[in-house]
Design a binder for this molecule. Structure first.
Ligand SMILES: Nc1ncnc2c1ncn2[C@@H]1O[C@H](COP(=O)(O)OP(=O)(O)OP(=O)(O)O)[C@@H](O)[C@H]1O
Ligand SMILES: [Mg+2]
Length: 250
């Protein structure tokens, strides 16, 4: 079983859009897939039309395998289950701070469902918190969307700095450029510079800025399901293939 996190310390960069489409792609390839929505905003649960489980409080999430398993819902797609988020997830950090080994609790919680899945995807909230540290430790691969602009570049630097300072393995980080607009010179320049600086830490696939992806909120389904021939879906398929290759070697 492999754990793949879609993570960035920056908000609104395409983590949820990537989580939803990667989860769909892994499931469509026949992998038993669980998408865990760790963000109290509940966006990926919303995209899959799954209602939050009120019973799964932050305490039960980390301590009660039975309740964790009970909160998992099926989706409209074969091989794909969803663990929906709820508002209590906003208290993860307060709760973790009171626990022993507060940085390795997520790994432990996911062990409880390990046997049921080939892939677990984590849609993460945007920050560097104790929960994020749990994600860094639990995940085999951390997929990081980066909009090619100056501020996103800075955020990625902060993330690699954090990994160095905390002796976390940089090789877990797999960046990709997100919401790329070919007409913008700054996007081209930032991509060139970051690719030079970070080399293998970035995947080749770029996800273009596409209204089909924005429309996922209207359809409440992955773009790969509603518009499989679109440029956006082709890009997510390429991303899936690249992530799959990288995860195999993780
Ligand atoms: N490639 C894209 N092209 C156009 N719009 C996009 C693209 N990717 C995401 N979006 C839109 O941008 C917004 C933010 O995307 P998304 O929710 O995936 O980001 P996020 O990183 O998960 O945000 P948050 O930090 O709030 O969790 C959404 O409205 C989404 O529809
Ligand atoms: Mg999100």
């Amino acid at each position: 079983m492999k754990i793949i996190a879609c993570y960035s310390n920056k908000g609104g960069v395409g983590k949820t859009a990537a989580s939803v489409n990667l989860a769909y792609a892994f499931a469509a390839a026949g992998r038993r897939t669980l998408l865990c929505d760790l963000d109290p905003q509940g966006a990926s649960s919303f995209y899959f039309r799954v209602k939050p489980s009120k019973k799964l409080t932050e305490a039960r999430f980390f301590k009660d395998v039975e309740q964790f398993t009970k909160a998992i819902r099926g989706s409209d797609y074969d091989n794909l289950d969803i663990l929906p988020a709820n508002m209590s997830f906003r208290d993860f950090d307060v709760f973790l701070a009171r626990m022993r080994n507060p940085r390795s609790r997520l790994k432990k919680a996911l062990k409880g469902v390990k046997a049921d899945y080939d892939v677990i995807l984590l849609d993460c909230p945007p920050n560097i918190s104790t929960l994020s540290e749990n994600v860094f430790r639990a995940a085999d691969a951390i997929v990081v969307p980066v909009i090619p602009t100056t501020l996103s570049q800075r955020t990625f630097e902060q993330l690699t700095g954090f990994f160095r300072d905390h002796d976390l393995p940089l090789k877990k980080l797999h960046g990709f450029f997100s919401m790329v607009q070919g007409v913008k010179a700054l996007h081209g320049e930032t991509i060139a510079e970051m690719t030079r600086t970070y080399r293998k830490r970035f995947m080749k696939t770029q996800i273009p800025f596409a209204s089909d992806i924005e429309r996922m909120g209207v359809h409440r389904a992955p773009v790969m399901a509603t518009a499989p021939a679109s440029a956006a879906s082709k890009a997510y398929r390429a991303l899936y293939e690249e992530v799959e290759r990288r995860v195999k070697g993780a």
